[in-house]
Design a protein around this ligand. Structure first.
Ligand code: F6R
Length: 263
């Protein structure tokens, strides 16, 4: 696991955007797994800038979102559909037909989830999956207790997640209590994973995920089982890591080696 600790949220966002941009540059038909929430907003802003100023081209890119609230219309102002179009898709040249987000209004949920997984497979699998982390250690909406082999399905959100997300809805009563989410097993099938965390309120979840035991109680800890994971943190999110100095040292050594290769 590569642990990158950046000075602040802006630097974290720039670093993550650079990793995603490299993926698209190397493979213009890359399949990206995307996340919503506060954390990736800066990354999307950076990618939009790169598209506008440097011509970063999304025309061949295919995307699959991790999750969507169940019971919300795609047009609902707080749906993840609305989030993705408003904050990213409308501002770059991703083709509408190349975008997949779980449908929060679907009636036959099981069939929908099976089809969603099939679309991912038919698209060649996800090349790079972007992830945030919940305060309870969730990835996607794989709340504590989710099987580490779980697939795309309907999940009941924890009280903590409902409370955390109430900030977007105005009132807790309006926050959906269910979501359709890729499973941990689905996420682990992506070729590369990129998890981001910012702020002190994520420090405990980050420590448990990176340095704790692999456990369904902290589904982000399943990242320890994946061979190609980068985690980008800001200082406060990294503050409880026991080995933070070592992670910083590894990055310093890696950039020295890189510099030597380039000279
Ligand atoms: C969103 C998602 C969630 C969030 C997590 C953190 O698509 O999959 O796992 O990444 O809840 O949310 P923020 O970034 O708002 O703290």
């Amino acid at each position: 696991m590569r642990i990158i600790i950046e000075e602040n949220y802006n630097a974290l966002s720039r670093k993550a955007a650079a990793i995603i941009a490299r993926e698209i540059t190397v493979k213009p038909t890359a399949v990206l797994g995307l996340a919503t929430g506060s954390t990736p907003l800066g990354v999307y802003e950076e990618l939009i800038k790169m598209h506008k100023k440097e011509g970063l081209d999304f025309s061949g890119v295919r995307t699959f979102n991790l999750d969507e609230y169940y019971g919300l219309n795609p047009e609902h102002p707080e749906s993840y559909h609305t989030f993705m179009f408003k904050n990213f898709f409308e501002k770059v040249n991703v083709k509408r037909g190349n975008v997949s987000i779980p449908d929060g209004m679907v009636v036959d949920v099981d069939q929908f989830c099976t089809d969603y997984e099939k679309h991912i497979r038919d698209g060649g699998g996800i090349d790079l999956q972007l992830l945030g982390i919940g305060r309870d250690g969730h990835i996607g909406f794989n709340e504590p207790g989710s099987s580490l082999a779980s697939r795309t399905r309907l999940k009941t959100l924890t009280e903590e997640t409902v409370r955390d997300n109430a900030r977007f809805f105005g009132r807790k009563g309006q926050v959906p209590h269910f979501a359709i989410t890729m499973g941990v097993g689905t996420i682990l099938e992506a070729k590369k994973l990129l998890m981001l965390a910012s702020g002190e309120n994520k420090a405990e979840a980050v420590r448990n995920a990176i340095e704790g035991p692999v456990s369904s109680q902290v589904t982000a800890s399943a990242l320890q089982l994946h061979p190609k994971v980068s985690v980008i943190l800001d200082g406060p999110a990294a503050s409880l890591l026991k080995r933070r100095d070592y992670y910083a040292y590894v990055e310093k050594m890696a950039s020295q080696v890189q510099a030597e290769v380039e000279t």
